[in-house]
Design a protein around this ligand. Structure first.
Ligand SMILES: *Cc1c(COP(=O)(O)O)cnc(C)c1O
Length: 406
């Protein structure tokens, strides 16, 4: 008899975005004449930077010539890309990360979802609330979370991110072994200061815990005082794995390229308390189950670090941040409390109402799609997330409609 993984039955109904898609589709079917503007799902709208397109074309031509054709590449990524990442994202920020500590992959979603495979079943896991659903659902599938009761999984520790703590979680009251953090945050747009991150790094060092640091939105940081990498914090090399992606940084959501950093000094422990380096474990996992990102895509990612590439992504991300500023100003002028949208592309709005009801109202009255905060966790109840990923014209039109109905 073919038994199934019954942990899947503990997953909560539909994935958040499928429920949004269902409601939008139903609305559009009933109102075919209305133009819906999407400020919901976190997907970029601007095309790839010209530097990346040029690198892609060139690499495709190389694949057509027997002298430059490439078959399987190194599973961990080509040295040219790993070196560029180490130099620009880490050494330039005085973070001691070497190229061979970087694992190039096809997405930070996959990486943050897959990483839990190298850890024991019996971990005490802490996740922020609200949370990027991937961190939770992959642990549900693995059987680490217990059942879902009263809006939460019994065996997870939730770290509330609220207006009171500035949406940066406090240290957990009960001990945690594996801690997921995401800054700049999805969905709140909040960032963490050096001091706040240092508190988590010190906690992880004291507890022999590990931080999984998702920095997918690092490229939106404009405040020079905010760290871009957890490795800018002293001691983090021993207790943190970092995830980055070209998806939001450079518009690669449909192109697929990301990376995980597993420092060689990062360790886990056996039940007997012996330290085990994590780098060889992840290397084994990655090389066994993954066969590398396409060569032309890695060349396109490398081009992000060229002087033109850097200029182009800064301009594109400034454009989205310009949208974010307009959203902030309009929503604040209507009397709502909000956060985010300054060093990240999301604006997190306190609606004072049920978040799905508020979502429905914006969809029906303004034909604007947002994301209900409740879909990200209990602490998201009463909030909506507005995304700055859209054209300026669409954002302006959406805000004009919102001004009329809110
Ligand atoms: C978009 C996003 C990612 C990036 O995912 P990819 O698989 O690289 O496209 C990672 N983490 C968070 C929190 C995100 O919002």
């Amino acid at each position: 008899m073919i038994l199934v993984n019954e942990n899947y039955s503990k997953l909560q109904s539909s994935y958040l975005f499928s429920e949004i898609a269902r409601r939008v589709k139903a609305y559009q079917a009933a109102h075919p004449d209305q133009r819906v503007i999407r400020l919901g799902i976190g997907d970029v709208t601007q095309p790839l930077p010209p530097a990346c397109i040029a690198a892609l074309h060139k690499a495709v031509d190389e694949m057509a010539d027997p002298a430059t054709f490439r078959g399987y590449g190194p599973e961990q990524g080509y040295d040219f890309l790993r070196e560029a990442i180490a130099a620009h994202d880490y050494r330039a920020r005085s973070a001691a990360i070497e190229a061979d500590e970087i694992f190039v992959s096809d997405g930070a979603k996959c990486d943050t979802g897959n990483i839990q495979e190298i850890f024991s079943q019996k971990l005490r896991i802490a996740v922020p609330d609200p949370v990027y659903p991937v961190y939770v659902d992959t642990n549900v599938m693995a059987g680490r979370t217990g059942k879902f009761r009263g809006g939460r999984y019994g065996k997870l520790t939730y770290l509330p991110c609220t207006a009171e703590n500035g949406y940066v979680p406090d240290l957990p009251a009960e001990p945690a072994d594996l801690i997921y953090l995401c800054f700049p945050n999805n969905p709140t747009g909040a960032t963490a200061t050096r001091e706040q991150l240092a508190r988590w790094v010190n906690y992880a060092r004291e507890q022999k815990a590990l931080i999984l640091f998702d920095a997918a939105y690092e490229a939106f940081i404009r405040d020079p005082a905010i760290p871009h990498s957890i490795y800018e914090i002293e001691g983090a090399r021993d207790v943190a794995i970092e995830f980055r992606s070209f998806s939001k940084t450079a518009g690669f959501t449909g192109t697929r390229c990301a990376f995980a950093v597993v420092p060689k000094s990062c360790v886990g422990y056996t039940r007997m308390g012996a330290a085990v380096p994590l780098h060889p474990l992840w290397n084994r996992r990655h090389t066994t189950k993954f066969n590398g990102v396409a060569y032309p895509i890695q060349r396109a990612a490398e081009a992000v670090y060229s002087p033109e590439g850097q200029q182009q992504i800064a301009a594109i991300n400034d454009y989205y941040l310009g949208n974010a500023r307009l959203i902030r100003e309009t929503v604040a002028s209507l009397g709502y409390q909000l956060t985010g949208g300054v060093n990240g592309p999301y604006i997190w709005v306190q609606t004072g109402k049920d978040s799905w009801k508020f979502f429905d109202r914006l969809l029906e009255k303004a034909q604007v799609v947002t994301t209900p905060g409740a879909g990200f966790g209990s602490c998201g109840k009463g909030y909506i997330r507005i995304s700055a990923f859209n054209s300026r014209e669409n954002v302006e039109e959406a805000l004009a409609r919102i001004r009329k109905v809110m």
